[in-house]
Design a protein around this ligand. Structure first.
Ligand code: ATP
Length: 195
C-alpha cells in the first residue's frame, strides 16, 4: 500500500505524475493520498481542508487503486507522518507500506518528528523533483540513514503549488499546471485570488 502525503494546496500535475509513477513501479494495489492537517513544517495557513480534499479527489481521479484519506485533516493539532503510518500499519497489518516522497521532502526527512521510526514502518520511495538542486546526490545522502530507500523514476514535471498560487494571484492561467477538473474547481470557488 502506497502512502502519499502533502499539503496539496492545490494538487497539480507533478503530484499526479508521481502517483502514476508509484502505482506503476511499486505494483501497488492501493495508494492513499493523505492531505495534511496542520503541517508543522509549513509556515503559511493552508486552504481549508474541505477544498483540498475535494481538489485531491479531482486531481487523482481515474487512477486505479487511489483513494483520498482525510484522516490527517481531522486530527486536532499538529499532524505527523509517523502517527499516520502507525495507524495504517495497525489497520492493515499484512500490508507492506511504501511512503512516497518528492526529493525536497526526502531531503527534510531526517528533521521530521520521530523520523527514525519511519523506515521501520514503511519503505521510503523518492522521486526526483524538477527544479530542485541535488537530484541523485540528495537520494544518495539519504541512504546512510535509510539504507532501504528506493528511487522512483518519473518524467520531470517542473511545477509547484507555490507557482500555481502565484499565477492565480496574478490572474494568470494555470491550465498547463493542474488537471483540468482542478482548474475548474479553483475557478468555481475563487480560490487563491490573493498571494
Ligand atoms: P508548495 O509549493 O506549497 O510547497 P508542493 O508543490 O511542494 O507545494 P506538496 O503538497 O508540498 O506540493 O507536495 C507533496 C509531495 O509531492 C512532496 O513529497 C513533494 O516533494 C512532491 N512533489 C510536489 N511537486 C512535485 C513535482 N513537481 N515533482 C516531484 N514531486 C513533487
Amino acid at each position: 500500500m502506497g502512502v502519499f502525503g502533502g499539503a496539496f494546496d492545490p494538487p497539480h500535475l507533478g503530484h499526479r505524475a508521481l502517483a502514476q509513477a508509484a502505482l506503476a513501479q511499486l505494483q501497488l494495489d492501493a495508494l492513499c493520498i493523505i492531505p495534511t492537517g496542520q503541517a508543522w513544517h509549513k509556515a503559511r495557513d493552508l486552504t481549508p481542508a474541505l477544498h483540498r480534499l475535494a481538489m485531491a479527489e479531482l486531481a487523482f481521479a481515474g487512477l486505479e487503486g487511489v483513494t483520498v484519506d482525510p484522516r490527517e485533516t481531522r486530527r486536532p493539532g499538529a499532524s505527523y507522518t509517523v502517527d499516520t503510518l502507525r495507524e495504517l500499519r495497525s489497520e492493515h497489518p499484512q500490508a507492506q507500506l511504501f511512503l512516497i516522497l518528492g526529493q525536497d521532502q526526502a531531503q527534510a526527512l531526517t528533521s521530521w518528528h520521530r523520523w527514525e521510526e519511519i523506515p521501520q514502518l514503511a519503505i521510503i520511495c523518492v522521486a526526483d523533483r524538477a527544479g530542485f538542486p541535488g537530484g541523485e546526490g540528495a537520494f544518495d545522502a539519504l541512504l546512510p540513514a535509510v539504507p532501504n530507500a528506493r528511487r522512483l523514476e518519473m518524467p520531470p514535471v517542473d511545477v509547484s503549488a507555490t507557482d500555481i498560487r502565484q499565477h492565480l494571484a496574478n490572474h494568470q492561467s494555470v491550465a498547463p499546471l493542474v488537471f483540468e477538473p482542478v482548474a475548474r474547481y479553483i475557478a468555481l470557488h475563487h480560490l487563491y485570488q490573493t498571494a
